[in-house]
Design a protein around this ligand. Sequence first.
Ligand code: UFG
Length: 328
Amino acid sequence: MNVLVVGGAGYIGSHAVRALIDSGHQVSVFDNLSRGHREAVPAGLLIEGELTDGELLKRILTEKKIDAVMHFAAFALVNESVNDPSLYYQNNVVAALSLLDAMRASGTRKFVFSSTTATYGEPELIPIRETTPQSPINPYGFTKLVIERALADYASAYGFGYAALRYFNAAGAHPDGSIGEDHEPESHLIPIVLQVALGQREAITIFGEDYQTDDGTCVRDYVHVNDLADAHLKALNQLTPGQGICVNLGTGRGTSVREIVDACRQVTGHPIPEVAGARREGDPSELIADATLAKELLGWQPRYTEVQSIVETAWNWHQSHPHGYRKS
Ligand code: UFG
């Protein structure tokens, strides 16, 4: 297929680009590089532009005969969304709708959307199934839910065929070490712990040790970024006009913050000092996926089932790119 990857210079998007190319698809990348990295995109594929530029998008969709669009170009930091909701509603809702309407105008109807566990809020039951009520507790989660809702309406009214993939905690890097996670500033657990191992930070601060979990720290479902990319490939083959698929993407295995720090100690051989910190506002204690539906509907199963092997790929990337893309 001819696939337009919007946000293909970002962390998860760049891994999807790689997976698409490796499977023989024709790929174009659309990104404004506000948070993505030029270096993460293979030469010749990047088109720089804004999603709100409907005319440019329509031209690209038509001239490149795009069959399907994958949309990764969203902001995804919970804290930031609380402090600056306008940024999130503009980028994650207004710009995304502009993209959908450019698709409408040019006749492109297949869409794969990066959704999130944040649409569930603080679920009462773990593991989380797709039938769990979606009740976000922050602007980020709301913006993603708005687009899920819009997609359901665009499917029935305009014949869109879509997949909304609800990621749990994306982690790791491409095993060949060429692309990986590089946020500025970094706020995610595994990169921060590995920065301690690289001597760039003194210690890891554990945000809360008094949660109702086995060791008192938050539990998350860490899923390898290449497994996420693989789910996108599989979703591409299941897009049916007028229908939508909404599935969780996780491993079904919960790992606590302390277990992540221990896995990083084992992988790096570094003692990684830790400091007890206060809870981070808005952090649910436990988020674990029931990903049975993704297996049933997409035939998807994560290949990285051990958190240690996920950390190994991340460590490989951080060692070869200690300051991310630009300064390497
Ligand atoms: N954590 C620490 N210390 C740190 C950084 C993180 O203890 O320095 C803890 C957090 O409190 C949390 C866990 O590590 O319990 C994971 O935190 P991340 O920031 O790596 O990931 P989140 O679970 O907060 O965020 C992820 C995605 C978001 C998405 C969110 C949905 O990165 O995009 O899940 O819940 F919105």
